[in-house]
Design a protein around this ligand. Structure first.
Ligand code: UDP
Ligand code: MG
Length: 307
């Protein structure tokens, strides 16, 4: 199989007619292209429509998930069950134009590992455009990855990239960053973007808070994943040191300046809390080290062996 196209969908029944017209116009004759539709626990008629539609296409298939797991897991299920040398993803809601996949592949062939679409002329509500600008600004500043549109639905990958990715929760928004952390080469191509014609966006306002925490996790994982004690240990050390400093100060006030302890109850409590929290952070870091140790026992850091 040369190309696998992965299309996650959750309650997209109204879009399927047009989607299949577009896809079959482009890919029905291409026997080396498979299309995998992921039904992410739709509660509408998506699954039944898909079943009847794929009948005429021998290399098109459906992966049906138990329930709605979210786009990340849907994509992961597609990656895990795809056979193509090149993997493409796109949304099912007709906002992405499938013919752009060819242009993205052209760019991939210029020597990149991931090519992401860039919805430069984005057809979405204003609040979403602004939020996306801010989001991508943060990604650029904190990760050093020069990208305009990290969360574009349409992307193409070399197979080795999708094999490295582990997507769950909201991590699909940071695929370029995850690939960048593993030193894969990433490029962007401006793509056609269209308004959502049917149905509603599946991600409401909660996307913003979710997105923020996912971002912190990914930055943290990238930087401290292999040495959690360095992170929690330093925080813990600072906290214990501050605590000891405060308690010593109180002892100084009591025994040198002859204040009473009662005058400084607040400081005594603060110092004690800082010491306890510090020790906790330290043990937390140690626990993290145990987990990392297990990971390295699994030897999953080899990209390939060349003979
Ligand atoms: N999607 C999914 N599972 C979900 C939510 C969304 O598979 O839990 C699919 C959805 O059907 C669409 C794509 O992910 O094909 C992008 O979702 P949506 O268009 O709602 O996101 P937006 O374009 O608003 O960012
Ligand atoms: Mg959409």
């Amino acid at each position: 199989m040369k190309l696998s196209i992965i299309i996650p969908m959750y309650n997209e029944q109204e879009s399927l007619d047009s989607l299949f017209v577009e896809l079959s116009g482009l890919f029905s004759q291409e026997t080396a292209t498979e299309i995998i539709f992921i039904n992410d626990g739709s509660s509408d008629n998506t699954l039944n429509i898909l079943k009847s539609k794929i009948k005429n296409y021998p290399t098109w298939s459906i992966i049906n998930l138990y329930r709605n797991y979210g786009k990340s897991v849907a994509l992961q299920a597609g990656f895990d069950n795809s056979k193509g040398e090149i993997i493409a993803t796109m949304d099912a809601d007709l906002q992405d134009n499938p013919k752009e996949i060819y242009r993205l592949i052209e760019e991939l062939d210029r020597g990149y590992d991931v090519v992401s679409g860039w919805k430069k002329n984005r057809k979405d509500p204003l609040e979403k455009k602004i939020a996306s600008k801010i989001f991508n600004f943060f990604v650029r500043v904190f990760s050093g990855l020069k990208i305009h549109d990290s969360n574009c639905g349409i992307k193409v990958f070399k197979r080795e990239v999708t094999e490295m990715l582990t997507l769950y929760g909201g991590r699909h928004r940071y695929i370029p960053l995850l690939a960048h952390q593993k030193k894969f080469l990433i490029s962007e191509v401006v793509v056609d973007h269209r308004e959502r014609e049917f149905g509603i966006s599946k991600y409401g306002v909660k996307r913003y808070s979710d997105g923020f925490f996912d971002f912190l996790t990914i930055l943290f994982l990238g930087k401290y994943m292999d040495r959690p004690l360095h992170f929690f240990g330093s925080l813990g050390f600072i906290s214990v040191l501050l605590g000891i400093g405060i308690e010593s100060y109180v002892l100084y006030l009591k025994y040198i300046l002859f204040d009473s302890f009662q005058q400084h109850i607040a400081l005594i409590i603060l110092g004690a809390i800082l010491i306890i929290v510090g020790l906790q952070l330290f043990t937390f870091g140690l626990m993290g080290e145990l987990i990392v140790n297990k990971k390295y026992k699994d030897r999953n850091y080899i990209k390939e062996i060349i003979e």
